[in-house]
Write a protein that binds this ligand. Sequence first.
Ligand SMILES: Cc1cc2nc3c(=O)[nH]c(=O)nc-3n(C[C@H](O)[C@H](O)[C@H](O)COP(=O)(O)OP(=O)(O)OC[C@H]3O[C@@H](n4cnc5c(N)ncnc54)[C@H](O)[C@@H]3O)c2cc1C
Length: 436
Amino acid sequence: MSVFKDARGQHVNSYYAATIGDAPEYPTLHEDIEAQVCIVGGGFAGMSAAIELAENGVKVVLLEAVKMGWAASGRNGGQIIGDWRYGYDQLQKQFGTDTAKMFATFSEEGKNIIYDRAQKFNIDPDFKKGYLAVAMNKSHTAHFDDYLAQAEKWNYPHKRRIISQQDIKQYVNSEAYIGGVLDEGNGHFHPLKMAIGEARAAASLGVRIFEHSPVIKIEGGDEPTVATAHGKVKAKQVIIAGNCYLEKAAPALEKKIMPAGTYVIATEPLGEARAQSLIPQGQAVCDMRHILDYFRITKDQRLLFGGKTIYSGKDPKDIGKVMFKDMLKVFPQLAGVKIDYAWGGHIDLAVNRMPHMGEYQENVTFVQGFSGHGVVATHIAGRVLAEKAMGNSERFNVWNQIKHHTFPGGTLLRKPGYLAGSSLFYMRDKWDALKG
Ligand SMILES: Cc1cc2nc3c(=O)[nH]c(=O)nc-3n(C[C@H](O)[C@H](O)[C@H](O)COP(=O)(O)OP(=O)(O)OC[C@H]3O[C@@H](n4cnc5c(N)ncnc54)[C@H](O)[C@@H]3O)c2cc1C
């Protein structure tokens, strides 16, 4: 696939890749081998499944097309955010109270996997607790009471509180916001440090990792096989966790998601005082629009600012310039600051924006569709897929109840259709802004 060839076996040039130190190299698959479980994809979802399985004594092979953490898992905004696109009330209404409770548990469990695993395997990914969802207009603040009520109703175990218009600048020093909801249970981290740490952890547990090994064919059955150009893996079970890069390796999955580009910049180091003047308490911040900005301060005091959602498949010609303009709308005081890194990545949007888990073929399962909100969700999804591979389908079946539609028009026409849809989101954001 050309996107893998274009990568030239390297992580993208990002702030993250520049600050991970040494990343181990794993070999390319050049032979036919066997495993109990073969995993396709070395992002958070695939690695999480691999670690769970290996911790339970299962022999695992993981095939990654480029490098561990090469795609979304190693490029994202680093925001560790729980919850789902469907609210728990909606899940309760559609699937019953037990399912709603299960998803509330998944969310917290996903976060705990990240923190527990970092501690257990000595991974230091610059964790910082605290998250702020900021409002730009009244249609956003109208949801505040509901956030608090939902947290109470579904026993959210962390503090969540409203920040008034009067106080918001103590948290984000910008004229763009009129309030927010502070959540002490979410936070942020350096995702590529986490990904590299998890790859090391998996390898230390005996997982055989192969990089630079794009999978070209997956065949389910009694003994499913996974083929790359230079070797094959025969397994008892296969788990597919390839985000939006699988294409012909799993064509039926492609129709259920829409790849979209989102982009990030990192400023030069601002120094502690200046960085603190922007986000005085250092939380991760997201605004509440459909097409939103997300930002945070890094350990070395840069502003890392992300946003945009582009469906055309074409990245902006100059990501740094486009994102700098957006950053100045929030922090005009940063005019003149140098941008050291600019990069982008793809998110796998599902029609309903819920992660999609299911059975692809006999003895082959998959997860995809994290829809730009996958740092926590991938970690719990990996665990649930591992449970299924080890013969316990209970939580898999709960997840699998959520129905997923194919994008209208399939892979050919989904883009024009979605472009129309995204213009609608854009117009809704504009309309909310106009109403004030
Ligand atoms: C710029 C950006 C910002 C984001 N910000 C946030 C955020 O702040 N918070 C949040 O919660 N989420 C965020 N997300 C979303 C989040 O990063 C993803 O949902 C999550 O990392 C997806 O993990 P994954 O394991 O499913 O996929 P990926 O990390 O994309 O990994 C899939 C892997 O599979 C491999 N692969 C695919 N096809 C094949 C094949 N045929 N053979 C072998 N290997 C294959 C790919 O090379 C890739 O490494 C962001 C995403 C992007 C792109």
